[in-house]
Write a protein that binds this ligand. Sequence first.
Ligand code: ES4
Ligand code: ZN
Length: 329
Amino acid sequence: LAYRDYLRLLPKTELHCHFVSTLSAARLISLADRYGVELPTTDPEELFAYDDLADFLVAFRAATDVLRTSEDLATTAYDGVRAAVIAGNLRYREYGVNPQYFAARGMGYREFLEPVIDGLRAAERDLGVGFRLVVAINRRESAGSAVELVEQMISHPYPEVVALGQDDLTPENTEDPGRFAEAYALAKRHGFHLTAHAGETATASAEDVRVAVDVLGVDRIDHGYRVLDDPELVARLRERQLPFATTPLSTRALSGWALDPGHRIARMIRAGLNVSVSTDDGVFFRTDIGREYSEGLFSFGIDAEGAKAVALAGIDGAFCDSDEKARLR
Ligand code: ES4
Ligand code: ZN
């Protein structure tokens, strides 16, 4: 028990956290009620249980629809930081934000991002938790609209918006990261960091991870579990120490993977890859950054030295400047 408390209390960063999923369950349900948004079910046992990633994304999309006003966004941002400080001693977080979900409801890029940034800046001031934002391409949308999204990043710069990523799934429920090569090339030319969800679930492969690295030129991978199916790629990415932002408890919810020493994340750590851990979608997977360590890493059989290495990987792989990294170390 003492070791699990240590894991929970260790100072932490997380690099892979979808902004919408920092909502509390109570707020998700009350906002859905206020706006008449139909959730797949209001029974929490069912609302937070999924067959797979595609099934989960139905609930995730419904949740994006309950954040309608600037106040909804700013309050969610602020309260989400406070909850993570209490749950797991969070010190720094990178959020995936997906403006295309909000654009589909008539909310513009700045109209969406500004209250999020305001709420997170207020939390940084009050609680000392730093943050950066990763603008995520919605993979359901076209390659052309992804380029338009990057053009928005370029024409409306914010100091905290430092990277391009991609989430959701294609309409065929595949990853196909290479589809967005043009958007990634444009973002890279303008100095943004690059990451991508790749190699996550059964519809993905090591090849998706390879394409994200070799075609998109990412400097980090979200998930990446399928990399283990290609030992040569593992060797290459170990050599490069390319950061993997993994999410232990999400894999149990979406892929049914038991949290034990045979888990892909445990194997990636033992293979010498650069692995950090994050919540992905806290409210939906009923997790928080404390539990990713005290339940995830603990069940993987990671010892105190190993857990410290994972926490340091979460600083090493961050897209912030070296001053912020020095503060976190
Ligand atoms: C997501 Cl592709 C993917 N994986 C996990 N969580 C997500 N939230 C939105 N897209
Ligand atoms: Zn994710």
